[in-house]
Write a protein that binds this ligand. Structure first.
Ligand code: SF4
Ligand code: SF4
Length: 82
């Protein structure tokens, strides 16, 4: 399941460099996650790094992008060319 940044985001910018897939970028009003690049950190880390680092806890699961662990691992392999 990809993750989603809610409008509680305070644009602090700490999550963007923490993402191993470069899935996070500055959107028009708040930071946004590209669901095609977010693997929930599967393949890189045990926990979603953006969730760990976000000071306002505004990054829940994205109900519109439900994926299994094997889906996420396949996405990781596609992104990294493995
Ligand atoms: S869960 Fe991991 S891959 Fe997804 S946006 Fe957060 S840091 Fe990036
Ligand atoms: S860490 Fe949280 S508050 Fe900061 S930019 Fe990312 S989503 Fe927004």
């Amino acid at each position: 399941m990809a993750l989603l940044i809610t409008d509680e985001c305070i644009n602090c910018d700490v999550c963007e460099p923490a993402c191993p897939n470069e899935a996070i970028s500055e959107g028009e009003d708040i930071y946004v996650i590209d669901p095609d690049l977010c693997t929930e950190c599967v393949g890189h880390f045990d926990e979603p790094q953006c969730v760990v680092i976000c000071p306002v806890d505004c990054i829940p699961n994205d109900p519109n992008h439900v994926e299994s662990d094997s889906d996420l691992l396949a996405k990781y392999k596609r992104i990294t060319g493995q």
